[in-house]
Design a protein around this ligand. Sequence first.
Ligand code: GLP
Length: 260
Amino acid sequence: MEIVILPTPAEVGRAAAAKIAHLVARRPEAVLGVATGSSPLAIYAELAARRAAGLDLSRVSAFALDEYVGLPTSHPESYASVIRSTVTEPLGLDPERVHVPDGLAPDIEAACARYEDAIAAAGGVDLQILGIGANGHIGFNEPTSSFRSRTRIKTLAPRTREDNARFFASLDEVPTHCITQGLGTILDARELVLVAQGENKAAAIAAAVEGPVSSMVPGSVLQWHRTATVILDEAAASRLQLADYYRYTFRNKPDFQRWD
Ligand code: GLP
């Protein structure tokens, strides 16, 4: 796992966007896994700026990590809406190539299976963008999610509902269920890029990066991936024991491995 510590949240976004731009330059039809939440917003803003400067993302496909169950897609907090307004439109993606799990499907299990099939049909995800919840969740894989899980329905942990209540008028309006790509689905992506900013992520990051691999900290599954990069601001990195080593490693990175 590569750990990159940068001074500010904006630099975290710029660095992750540079990695994605590097991929798209090599592979214009790249398949991205896209995350919601506040963490990746700086990435999308930077990609939109690069688009304005000539980066063509029109052939890129995208698969969202998750979606609430039972929220109309027209609801501004449905992930279908959030992905449209933060990813598809600003980045100029083709809406036909942007996929979000169907949280309104009458047969949820069939919808989950279709989502897995669609990812496979697109050739798999080249680069999965991830944030991390304060309880260590990735996507909506809450603690004790199976490492081999696939796209499925999950019950949101009370803490996740409380964390996400800021996007809704009240806690009661936050759905109790979601569809999320599984940890096994996420691990199948060819590359993972997790971003985190702020002190309130420091404990989850320390547990995911340096703690034991445990389903109690779903983000720790990144330790099993061949090509995972974790990009942090100083606050999110503040509880890492080996922070100086990660800085030293990044400073001394061979040129051929650079993407920034
Ligand atoms: C949300 C999403 C995750 C996201 C996480 C953190 O509930 N399902 O994909 O990474 O929680 O969100 P934020 O980046 O806003 O802290």
